[in-house]
Ligand binder design. Structure first.
Ligand code: PMP
Length: 282
């Protein structure tokens, strides 16, 4: 197995960062996950664009171009012989004596990428998953794909301890997103998901789904919706790079509609699969 560290592809076991790396100490960095199907990157352009944007939004300048990074990731994929799985990458502000202030000179960002094998979550996609509701206690820049994920981790752990796949977060009455996914509902035949603002991560999968809706004349609304609306939804599903279009069949022990994945969810799953085939030829 190989990993990418600051522009070099080296043995994964040799890829080490310093104890004073700012990612390690402060979570001072951003990350990205790209899904690999059939040895090919899915929506790579969008993920790389978001990676550079996240970094820029916290004042980290990635010392490579988008194209250079893409080529290095491609090489890593081939070296690791990855068929199905993910590429994880992160960039931190670099290594410097611990201080809240940004380091001033000669500190280069630490950029790491490696691959993870992993199959599609077929059981969940087929049968649907359960979720809980939990108050969104995160900061107010959820649009940045920051390494600081404590709020998300606490939410996901709580869901898992209750036998659920995901925690759907809400600020007061307004539903925001999952701990590692975006959330959609179907109401009166319209697909609804939170507008992209500082309260959610603008998921790449979310964007693909919205696009598929528009192209297939499925009505969509990007707006926040309430706890009452999700509890009475006709259908609900989650989206993420790894979970794809994941039906939600139960929330806090209460069934969504009849407790089976709904017809629009199924349709979007089919359309999404076609999109994977189109890009990656699965
Ligand atoms: N929201 C959060 C908080 C996430 O961690 C993720 C997963 N990256 C998403 C939404 C979904 O984003 P994407 O579709 O780009 O994976």
């Amino acid at each position: 197995e190989f990993a990418l560290l600051n522009g070099s592809i080296i043995e994964r076991s040799e890829a080490k960062v310093d104890v004073e790396d700012r990612g390690y100490q402060f979570g001072d960095g951003v990350y990205e996950v790209i899904r690999i199907y059939n040895g090919k990157m899915f929506t790579a352009t969008e993920h790389l664009k978001r990676f550079f944007k996240s970094a820029e939004s916290i004042g980290i300048s990635i010392p490579f171009t988008n194209l250079q990074l893409k080529e290095m990731l491609q090489e890593l994929l081939i070296k690791n012989n990855l068929e199905t799985g993910n590429i994880y990458m992160q960039v931190t502000r670099g290594t410097a004596p611990r201080n809240h202030l940004f380091p001033t000179e000669n500190v280069v960002p630490t950029l790491v990428a490696y691959t993870i094998k992993g199959v599609r979550p077929l059981d969940g996609l087929k049968s649907g998953v359960k979720a809980i509701l939990t108050e969104d206690i995160r900061w107010l820049r959820c649009d940045i794909k920051s390494l600081n994920l404590l709020g998300n981790l606490l939410a996901k752990q709580k869901a898992s301890e209750q036998g659920c796949f995901e925690a759907i977060q809400h600020r007061g009455q307004d539903v925001t997103e999952g701990s590692s996914s975006n959330i959609f509902i179907v109401k009166d035949g319209t697909v609804i998901t939170h507008e992209s603002n500082h309260l959610i991560l603008k998921g790449i999968t979310r964007d693909v789904i919205l696009d598929l809706c528009t192209k297939n004349n499925i009505p969509v609304q990007e707006r926040s919706f309430t706890l009452v609306e999700i509890e009475s939804a006709e259908e609900a599903f989650l989206s993420s790079t790894t979970a794809e279009v994941m039906p939600v069949i139960e929330i806090d022990g209460k069934k969504i509609n009849s407790g089976i994945p709904g017809p629009l969810t199924r349709k979007l799953q089919d359309l999404f699969k076609l999109e994977i085939e189109k890009q990656c030829g699965v």
